[in-house]
Each structure stands twice: as C-alpha cells, then as structure tokens.
Design a protein around this ligand. Sequence first.
Ligand code: PLP
Length: 402
Amino acid sequence: MTKREYKHIETKLIHSGEPAPRILGAVSMPIFQSAMFETLGEKNYNNVRYIRLNNTPNSQALHEKLAALEGAEDALVTASGMAAISTTLLAFLSKGDHFLAQDCLYGGTHDFVTRDLEEFGISYDFINGNDPASWEKKVRPNTKAIYVETMTNPLLQVADHKSVVEFAKSNDLVSIIDNTFASPINFRPVELGFDLSLHSGTKYLNGHSDIVAGAVIGSSELVEKVKHRLNHLGGSLDPHACFLLHRGVKTLALRMRQHNESALKIARFLEQNPAVERVNYPGLESHPQHARARELFDGFSGMMSFELVGGQEAANRFLKSVTIPIAAPSLGGVESLVTIPATTSHVGMSREDRLRLGISDGLIRFSVGIESTEDLIDDLAQAMEGPSNAPRRELMQDSRLH
Ligand code: PLP
C-alpha cells in the first residue's frame, strides 16, 4: 500500500510513519519486544534485523514519522540526545579533522567537544553565531563541519542560521544543528538548508519526562552514514522507549502551542517585574535577535532564562519558594522545571568561561510546562517574594497589573 503524504504537521504527527496496513488492525503501534527477527536473506550486515542495528518495526515507524515532521528524507532515533550528537559528530569527523562550533552550547555537548573530541585528535574553534564575518578566518583546509543550536542553552541566543547554511555550502562543510529547544513545530532546519537536525527526544518530542531518547534528521545519504556509525557505537533506542516516544510525539503540536503561548505571557510578566534583572526569551521585543527569531520560527518555545535582582542568593531562594515548577534538570516536559545552569547543565564548564558567555551564577533556566499560565504567574510572583513573603498578596496583584 502506498504511504500517504500529509500537508500539515498536526496530521503528520498522528499518521506519518504508521504501518500500512495496520498491524492486525491495531490503531496504536504495537511494541515489538524482540531483539532479533528471522533472517530474510539479508546480504549486508547493516540490514540484519536486530535492535542495535536500528531497523526494527518500532524504530522504523519513528524514523518515517520524524523525517516527515521536518520535511526530510530520513531520520534515526538514538538512545539519548547525547548519543545523537556524539554519533553524528563521530560520523563526520575523524582524527586530524577540525570543525566549527557555536560558543554557547548545551553543557554535555560542550564537554564532549572540548574534552572527548580533543582526546580523539579532532580539533575545533568556537564561533560567535551572530558574527558571520568572523567565521571565514577560522576555516582550515581540514575543517569538515559546522555545529550550532537553534536557540542556545541556557541564554536563548538565536544564531544567524541563514548565514550558517550559506557558509557551510560555500565551504563544503556538513551543517549540523541541535533543534531540541524549538521542536519541529517551531522550526524545521532541513527546510532552511541545514544538512542534519538533531534532537534530544527526552525533551519536547516525547514531552512526558519518562524516557531518554535522541534523533538525527536529514538526507538519506547522511542519516545512513550516522546509522552505520551508531550500529557500531551501539546507542540504539530500545522498542519500549520507541513506543513511548511514538506515543508522546503525537501530541507535540498541542503541547507546543501551550508552551509557546504560556512562555510568552510569562516572559512579559517577568520582564516587567521589578524583582527581575534580565529575561532571555526570543519572543520578547527586547531580545537582541527577536527579528531573526520571528522570521525563522513559527513559535518561540517554552524555554527562557532570567536573573533576579540579588543574584545567586535570590535565585536559590526562588528555587526553594516556587511550588508548581519542579527544581530538576532537563526541560520540554508537560511539567514546568527550573534549574540554575551553573550548578546543573553547565557545571562542567569553568566559571570563567561561563561568565564570559553570560551564564551567571544566579541565572535561572525555566522550562515552562503546560499548566495554567495564571497559576504559574501567581506562583512565580509569590516565589520572588522569598520565604519572608510579608506583602505577598499586594505584590502578586501589582505584578499582574504590569
Ligand atoms: N541538546 C540539548 C539542547 C539539551 O538541552 C540536552 C539535554 O539537556 C541534550 C542535547 C542532551 O540530551 P539527552 O539528555 O537526551 O542526552
């Protein structure tokens, strides 16, 4: 039976990649909890049907669905976002190669680049994503790739992605972007010209904070290359986690709509609150790359970071005082989460490097969940009062007026 093409992402989320015909009529993709499948005379090792070789029914259905979401030829699911990132970089970079990476990266990626890849003999230069004129002089004859994030973690900077794509094409580099923070609802990098889009499926794609997963999306040729590397490195996603990711992703459009709307209202509330020093959210007119974000994205996502008057001490007090957001690492789930990146996601980075990039000790990262926006704003308002909260009611009223 030929697969149908769907026009809108909401329909692709539900129907793309689903088995046709349905397996014994099952409306929901069954879990194929089998490590291997009977041989059909496969000639190539990579085609032998075995979970680690990423070709069993649960992973294949997801590959098709995720590729459709970002308008790409193919996709690959992995055991974590870091498995997607590390395996992709190791698929295109070998000993003696060099690549360019955006200077503000998710802490795990930053550590992998600066520690592990260095040890493997792969060198790098950091680039300022907002200054394309400075990239050319960093290119060497052995430069093979350029790596950026859609919105940086935790500062929510938006690099000049159009220039990244053009620069990669004119210098024959593989362009790779971590699209975790935007999700395919807000941004589809392959449509802009990126070679590969990566995700931590742990976050928005799954959305329910109950699995760790990753994804690589792009052309069949490049995804196949990553898949062969993954087949050896072994970071494949098991069928049960595939099932949960498959189930979770179906509601992505609905969830992202609420994340986008709620985060914008909350960012506006925070920006006008006298207890707040600075808010980083690309949807705010005050964000330095707001115009670019508007042009590239269909929504600004649920991620933001902010600093309170009173720095680290005020941030610690705030984390102890909020009652709805949970102080826990990670992001992109249905529940709101708060963290202090200096002590969680970016703890591996030296303090000097963090401060140079603008990640202060008191910076709070907020992953806005899909709870009621009003409940969240009320809770943030009381938490900014701190534990003493004497004029609490009055301040809450005040804050909501702004
Ligand atoms: N990319 C980004 C932007 C992240 O925030 C994270 C994790 O927080 C990762 C990748 C790594 O994902 P995982 O924890 O699924 O390995």
